[in-house]
Design a protein around this ligand. Structure first.
Ligand SMILES: NC(=O)C1=CN([C@@H]2O[C@H](COP(=O)(O)OP(=O)(O)OC[C@H]3O[C@@H](n4cnc5c(N)ncnc54)[C@H](OP(=O)(O)O)[C@@H]3O)[C@@H](O)[C@H]2O)C=CC1
Ligand SMILES: O=C(O)C1=N[C@H](C(=O)O)C[C@H](O)C1
Length: 272
C-alpha cells in the first residue's frame, strides 16, 4: 500500500499523454491508475505498456472516464477543449483534482470549466513549465516599466500538428503584458495582419504564429522602440518540462479547496 496519489491520464496515446505516462511511471510520488482514450480509439481495451511499445503494465486503456476517475485522486488532461470541458464535469463528480493543460478554449468553454471549479480543484495553464511561468511574471514587470513607445509583439513557434493559434502560452504572455500596462488584452490584441493593414496602432499587442516540423514550443515577447529592442525568450526543447509541471500540479492540488488555480499558484510565483 502506498500514499502516492493515483493519477489518470486522458488522451493517453497523444504526444503529451505518452510523455505524462512516462513521467508518472518514473516518479515515486504518484502512481498511474488509469489511461483514457475515445471509444473508437485502437488502444481501448489494450494493455497501456504494450501500446507504448514496452513491457505489459497494470493499466488497460479505457473509454469509461467516470469509472477510471472514481479510482483516482487526480486527472492529468492534455486533450482537446471539448474533451476537457466534459472531463471537468466528471472529475468534479469523482472529487478528483483536475489538471488541465489543453489550450484553444472558446470563452463559453472557459465559463463551463469555471463553473466546474465551484465543486472541484482545477489547475489550468496554457503552459506548465517553470520557465514560461517565470517569463509571464517578467513580461508583466517589463510591460509595467515601459510606456506605449515600446511596441509589444508576441511571437510563437510550434510543430506542424498544432491545431490552435495563438498558442495558450502566447495568450498567457499577452495577458501578462496587458496586465502590466493596465489595459484589457481584448481591446488591444491584434491577431491577424494581412494586406494593407495601415500603420501599427500605438498600444497594440500583436501575435504571430509559426508552424513547422517538430518544434516543441518557442515564445518571444518583443518590446520594440526607436533605437532599441528587448526580447524575452523561452525555448522548450523537451515536452518533459510540461509533464513535470503537470505532475507537480496534481500533487500540489491534493487536499486543496475547490477553485480554479494556475501554475503561478503551484510554483509560488503569484504576486501579492
Ligand atoms: N499546458 C501545457 O504545458 C501544454 C499544453 N499542450 C496542449 O495539450 C493539448 C494536447 O497536445 P498534444 O498532446 O500535442 O496533442 P495530441 O493530438 O498528440 O494528443 C491529444 C490526445 O487527446 C485525445 N483526445 C481528444 N479528445 C478526446 C476525448 N474526447 N476523449 C479521449 N481522448 C481524447 C486525442 O485522441 P485522438 O487522436 O483520437 O483525437 C489524442 O490522443 C493541446 O491543446 C496542446 O496545446 C501541449 C503541451 C504543453
Ligand atoms: O501544442 C503544443 O505542443 C503546445 N501547446 C501549449 C501552448 O499552446 O502554448 C504549450 C507548449 O507551447 C506546447
Amino acid at each position: 500500500m502506498t500514499d502516492a496519489p493515483g493519477i489518470v491520464v486522458t488522451g493517453a496515446s497523444g504526444r503529451m499523454g505518452q510523455m505524462l505516462i512516462e513521467t508518472i511511471n518514473a516518479s515515486d510520488r504518484a502512481t498511474l491508475v488509469g489511461a483514457i482514450e475515445r471509444s473508437d480509439h485502437p488502444w481501448v481495451g489494450k494493455d497501456l505498456g504494450e501500446m507504448m511499445g514496452g513491457a505489459s503494465s497494470d493499466v488497460v486503456v479505457t473509454d469509461d472516464a467516470l469509472e477510471a476517475f472514481a479510482k483516482a485522486q487526480a486527472i492529468v488532461d492534455f486533450t482537446s477543449p471539448a474533451a476537457s470541458v466534459e472531463f471537468a464535469g466528471l472529475a468534479a463528480q469523482a472529487r478528483c483534482v483536475h489538471v488541465i493543460g489543453t489550450t484553444g478554449f472558446a470563452e463559453d468553454e472557459l465559463q463551463k470549466i469555471n463553473a466546474a471549479a465551484r465543486h472541484a480543484t482545477i489547475i489550468r495553464a496554457g503552459n506548465m513549465s517553470l520557465g514560461v511561468n517565470l517569463l509571464v511574471q517578467l513580461t508583466k514587470k517589463v510591460a509595467a516599466a515601459l510606456d506605449d513607445d515600446y511596441d509589444i509583439e508576441v511571437i510563437e513557434a510550434h510543430h506542424n500538428q498544432k491545431v490552435d493559434a495563438p498558442s495558450g502560452t502566447a495568450l498567457m504572455l499577452g495577458e501578462a503584458a496587458a496586465e502590466g500596462r493596465g489595459v484589457s488584452l481584448g481591446e488591444v490584441a491584434d491577431r491577424a495582419r494581412d494586406g494593407i493593414t495601415g500603420e501599427r496602432k500605438r498600444g497594440q499587442i500583436g501575435f504571430h504564429a509559426i508552424r513547422g516540423g517538430d518544434i516543441v514550443g518557442e515564445h518571444d515577447v518583443l518590446f520594440a522602440a526607436l533605437g532599441e529592442r528587448i526580447v524575452l525568450r523561452h525555448v522548450a526543447s523537451d515536452r518533459a518540462v510540461f509533464a513535470r509541471g503537470a505532475l507537480k500540479a496534481a500533487l500540489w492540488g491534493q487536499g486543496r479547496k475547490p477553485g480554479e488555480y494556475d501554475m503561478l499558484d503551484v510554483l509560488g510565483l503569484t504576486e501579492n
